[in-house]
Design a protein around this ligand. Structure first.
Ligand code: ZN
Length: 72
């Protein structure tokens, strides 16, 4: 077996507004993450707007799942 850096996983909850304002941060290294970092929305059946996205942190490679919640 080769040496493989262990990649962490994290879950976040956020609103689209928080993403747009750049307020999301990687829970592991606290780097701010944004759509430009390769965020991908996961298609959801029966929904016009995806509520789930994935992103890997450019700094520490943690796989981050973002569940979008309704703004209030
Ligand atoms: Zn990170």
């Amino acid at each position: 077996m080769g040496r493989k850096k262990r990649v962490g996983f994290a879950d976040l909850q956020a609103t689209h507004a928080e993403l747009d304002r750049g307020e999301l941060r990687c829970p592991e290294c606290k780097r701010s993450v944004a759509e430009a970092d390769g965020l991908r929305f996961v298609p959801a059946l029966g929904q016009t707007e995806s509520s789930l996205a994935t992103l890997s942190c450019p700094r520490c490679r943690t796989m981050i799942s973002i569940r979008f919640i309704a703004a209030h």
